[in-house]
Structure formats: C-alpha cells, structure tokens
Design a protein around this ligand. Structure first.
Ligand SMILES: Cc1cc2nc3c(=O)[nH]c(=O)nc-3n(C[C@H](O)[C@H](O)[C@H](O)COP(=O)(O)OP(=O)(O)OC[C@H]3O[C@@H](n4cnc5c(N)ncnc54)[C@H](O)[C@@H]3O)c2cc1C
Length: 461
C-alpha cells in the first residue's frame, strides 16, 4: 500500500469525473493512495438497467480475459457474485463459435475461463464493491461543468458541478477525467490557455443494432456465445450473441463501411439471415424478443494525444474513453480501462505528485499503442482513403495476420492468437520463431514467384 501524501504535494483527496468503467477502475486504485476519493456522476445510478450517460450499455459488452484477470485481483469476490447473480461462466474457445478474420477458431478446451455479463450488472457490482470502502464516496446527479484552476492556471484544484440547480465546488489534490468519449476536457483546458491535443482518428463507419432475447427453454447448441467477425473486403457484416444474466441473449448485429444493420424488425432479421454463420439467425428465430431494436453509430477509433502536450496543469490526469475510444467491435474498452488503472497505480507508487500528470499521460499512451494498433490495423482498410494510405508495416501486418489465421487450426497458434486478441500477450508473440519462420518463408516465396491467396478452408462450412 502506498503512503498517503508525499514530499511535494499532499495526497489527501482525489475526485473522479465520471462513474463509468474507467472511473470505477480508477477509484479502486486511487483509494490505495488517497485518504478520500469522490466519484462524481451525472446520472442517478440507482434507476434501472439503462441510464442515459452510457447508452452503449444496451449493446453487447464482452469482457476480454485480461479484464477478467485484473478484476479477480482488484475486486476480490466480484466474480463469485456475478456468477451467483446468473452471469454465465464461459470457457473461451470451447464454448464460443468464433469467426475471426475469415477463419473459425477451433474449439479447444484450454481452461480459458471467464464469464459473460451485461455491462449494467458488471458496473453495478463494481460500484457496490467500491461503496463498501470507507474512503470512496459517490455523488450521483452531479454534472461537472468545469475544472477549478488555481490563480495562475498552473494547477487544477477540483471540479465545479451542478446538482439540483445548485453549484457545488469539490476541491481535490488530484482530478481524474473519466467522463468518456464526449469529455469536455480539451475545451476546458483551452479556456485556460492550454493547447488542444493532437487527435488521431480512424473511422471504419461501423454501425450496431441490438435486441435482447429470452433464451428458449431447453435450448441446445454446440456454443454458448457466437462471435462473427468481418473480413476485409468481402465480409462487412458480423454479429455477437452474448449470453447474460437473467437467461438472456444480447444479440448485436454489426456492419462495416456503412453496411449498417437496420433497426426495423424486418431489416434486422434479414441482416441476421444474411450473415456468414447460421448460428445468429438460428438463435434469434427461436427466441422471444425482450426489447426493441436500438442502433449505435459512434464507433470511430479516436485518440486525444494529451501525452504530446508540452504544458499540462498539475493535479490532473485523464483516462478511459476520454483519452482513447476504440471501435467497440474489438471489445477492448473495459479491459483498457482496467489496464489504465494499473498504469495509474504504478505511477502513483513511483512519481512525485508534482510531475504526475504528464508522466501518467505518457505511460498511458505507451500502453495504448497495442490496443490502438489492434483496433485500427484492420479498420484502416475499411476506412479506405479517408484514413490515408496504409503504411508498409500495416500492409505487412495485414498479410501476416491472415497467414496466422490460416494456421489457426494448430493449438499453439490458436492460443497465441487468442492471447493477443485478449490483451494478455503483446502482438510480438505472433512472431515467435515456430510460427513466424514458415509464414515469412511462404510470404517471401509468394513475393518472388507470385501466388494467389486461396479462400481459407475454414470459411467453407
Ligand atoms: C456500442 C458499444 C459497445 C461496446 N462494447 C464493448 C465491449 O464489448 N467490450 C468492452 O470492453 N468495451 C466495449 N465498449 C467500450 C466501453 O463501453 C468503454 O470503453 C468503457 O466503458 C470505458 O468507458 P469510460 O468509463 O471511459 O466511459 P463511459 O463508460 O462512457 O462512462 C463515462 C461516464 O461519465 C459520466 N459523465 C460524462 N460527463 C459527465 C459530466 N460532465 N459530469 C458527471 N459525469 C459525467 C457519464 O454519465 C458516464 O457514466 C463498447 C462501447 C460502445 C459504444
């Protein structure tokens, strides 16, 4: 446990702007370093499954295995609670029908044990855990309207909120922006003379449409979850069937490059029937719908590069979607929030408080490089000319990963691929010699002698 306070700046209080996943992971870490942590959330989080601040929670939220591992460590007992509340346990690979980059992943039983839970239940239980801590407090129904700057604008000393038409000022030694994709942080900083961050964006024009269903009594299938990925350029439609608590499926249809799934019933069902795997339509057509169909289109990969600013106020950090939001198809956002909190923990243990802000943003940016590359590499192609020309490295990686997927029937290749996709291993592990040498050899032969890429056998069902 780190010490409260430090030689230069006190660590008495921290305020977290936003009680979504990134805010909750951050509060969990901050409670080890600050005497008092206050989470400020504009929504009233007690009112039912849907709250306006996180419209995405109506859609599939898959928790990658790395996220599960971090939760086990940082929120002991949470997994048992989720399972007791009906979240289905999931043996990844064995119980998932998954089509990735044109190849069906084999169903090995490798004890890759996680669970499948709605975003709502996961968030609620994490919040309940935090509320049991003496030094974490929640202020619901509080909308942050600006930051408090000290006189010379070099230091942030908290936030200004409105609640019940009253203005409330919350002072803090550290302010954490976790207010999501629509964060107003760049605007607030600009108002006080700071430069706007450079931004990177790759928009593959992905649309979601989602409906919830009751799983039919006696339902039998050789899968618990279905993940139908896309493949550039010929398969632009995908889908997920996610089992969640309450014996329900969340069915999300996904379309790239403007091929958005419709939100009217006939169009939604026609899209599902046209998918490459039969599983999604088989499930939907047997099940009772529990909700209307909702669309979602704000899916651009978007990174605000706070780390490259020269000037940054003391007493402030930002994390979660407020810094880097991903195309949700890759299911990285919640796990990256967990990883960001781990970076925060390491920085709080190692850096004097006065330097903390930019040190944190730079270490965070380093961590973000891997999920950003994983999400944007393929999206770059779908985004087409709007994203500019793919670099040599990107083009090489596309070809290389396709070759990895062609070998996915081998258990060691499959596990390596899985661990990279679940943010457990770095992408460099795809280049271990046993895997890389035959692939690089075949790529070199194709470059010298030419060669057409065969349609993978895995696609022919
Ligand atoms: C359609 C969709 C599907 C997704 N699927 C997955 C998935 O399968 N797996 C996965 O890991 N991730 C998924 N994500 C990403 C995931 O939702 C986020 O990355 C993750 O929740 C981290 O977000 P956050 O906490 O930074 O922001 P959010 O979850 O958006 O939370 C921000 C919070 O800040 C609050 N807030 C905002 N402004 C203010 C203010 N001024 N004052 C007070 N409070 C404020 C909001 O009410 C909200 O509670 C998906 C995202 C979308 C859009």
């Amino acid at each position: 446990m780190a010490l409260f306070g430090s030689e230069d700046q006190p660590r008495r209080s921290a305020v977290v702007l936003g009680g979504g996943m990134a805010g909750l992971f951050a509060a969990n870490v901050l409670a080890d370093h600050f005497e008092r942590v206050t989470v400020v959330e504009r929504d009233d989080c007690g009112a039912g499954e849907w709250r306006p601040g996180v419209p995405q929670s109506r859609h599939v939220h898959v928790l990658l295995l790395r996220g599960v591992q971090i939760l086990r460590r940082r929120f002991p007992g949470l997994e048992e609670e989720l399972l007791a509340l009906g979240a289905p346990p999931l043996n990844w690979l064995k119980e998932t029908a998954a089509l990735a980059a044109g190849g069906w992943l084999p169903r090995y039983d490798l004890d890759l044990l996680g669970y499948s839970v709605s975003r709502y239940l996961l968030e609620r239980q994490m919040r309940e855990h935090l509320q049991r801590s003496d030094n974490i407090h929640f202020r619901y129904g509080h909308r942050v309207t600006n930051l408090c700057f000290d006189g010379d604008s070099s230091r942030i000393s908290g936030v200004i909120c409105t609640a019940d038409e009253q203005t409330v000022t919350l002072r803090a030694d550290l302010t954490v922006d976790a207010s999501g994709r629509s964060s107003r942080l760049p605007r607030w900083l600009e108002e006080f003379g700071y430069a706007a961050p450079r931004e990177s964006a790759v928009n593959a024009d992905v649309g979601y449409a989602t409906r919830w269903y009751r799983i039919p009594a006696g339902w039998q299938a050789d899968w618990k979850m279905v993940l139908l990925g896309t493949r550039y350029p010929d398969i632009s439609g995908g889908a997920v069937v996610q089992p969640v608590e309450g014996n329900r499926w969340v069915v999300t249809l996904v379309g790239y490059a403007g091929n958005h799934p419709p939100t009217d019933e006939a169009g939604f069902e026609a899209f599902a029937r046209g998918l490459i795997g039969p599983q999604v339509w088989d499930a939907m057509s047997a099940a009772e719908p529990l909700s209307d169909i909702r669309g979602y289109r704000r899916t651009e990969n978007h990174w605000r590069h706070f780390e490259s600013l020269n000037r940054w106020p003391q007493g402030l950090i930002a994390l979660g979607d407020s810094v880097c939001a991903f195309n949700p198809v890759y299911a990285q956002g919640m796990t990256v929030s967990a990883l960001s909190a781990e970076v925060l923990d390491a920085v709080l243990r190692g850096s004097p408080s006065a330097e903390l802000g930019l040190v944190f943003q730079r270490k965070l940016a380093k961590m973000l490089q891997t999920p950003w590359r994983l999400a944007t590499s393929d999206d770059f192609r779908w985004a087409g000319r709007a994203a500019g020309d793919a670099s040599f490295l990107d083009r090489f990686m596309h070809r290389y990963v396709e070759k990895v997927v062609d070998r996915i029937h081998r258990q060691d290749t499959c596990l390596t691929f899985f661990n990279v996709a679940h943010l457990i291993s770095p992408p460099i592990s795809l280049f271990r010699p046993g895997l890389a040498l035959p692939i690089l050899w075949s790529m070199a032969r194709a470059a010298v002698f030419g060669g057409r890429r065969a349609r993978p056998a895995a696609l022919i069902r």
